[in-house]
Design a protein around this ligand. Structure first.
Ligand code: 5GP
Ligand code: ZN
Length: 139
């Protein structure tokens, strides 16, 4: 896609700090490091987000996510690693070419990761949970 920044990165038209590349995928350091080693993994074939990606492409991408996470883990020895993947603006997607964030987490280093996860278990009783599961199951 001509106007896509990640397509330009995978084709080499704009520079990146490349970590890994194979026939289908490309991994590079995120320009804004949330934590040391914050890396993006993308397919070379453009698709907007996870929901719109061909399963075969996604299979290649997720294998590369695992491989690159293992590389980051071996090289930087973080205390943990989050894999984050945003879909659509409302979910904080800002670049509309599928990408997975590999985010190393450190006890005693820079860590700009913030995720407030507030659960609402009491908002859904058993009937509501059953109805919810049925609704999704039958879609
Ligand atoms: P999103 O918010 O869409 O999940 O993540 C997009 C990510 O792409 C952001 O973390 C942002 O820092 C990164 N990014 C945007 N433009 C560039 C770029 O030109 N080069 C690199 N390496 N990362 C970029
Ligand atoms: Zn693209």
């Amino acid at each position: 896609m001509t106007d896509c920044i990640f397509c330009k990165i995978t084709s080499g038209d704009i520079p990146s700090y490349k970590i890994y590349e194979d026939d289908y995928t490309y991994a590079f350091l995120d320009i804004s490091q949330v934590a040391k080693g914050h890396t993006l993994v993308v397919p070379k074939k453009h698709s907007q987000d996870l929901l719109e990606t061909e399963p075969e492409v996604l299979a290649h991408v997720i294998k590369s996510v695992q491989k690159v996470a293992q590389m980051v883990d071996k090289a930087l020895k973080p205390d943990g690693i989050n894999i984050v993947q945003n879909n659509r603006t409302f979910a904080d997607q800002s670049v509309f070419h599928l990408h997975f964030h590999i985010m190393p987490r450190y006890q005693n280093d820079i860590d700009g990761f913030g995720y407030k996860w507030q659960t609402h278990s009491d908002a859904f009783d058993a009937d509501a949970m059953t109805a919810l599961a049925d609704q999704i199951k039958h879609a």
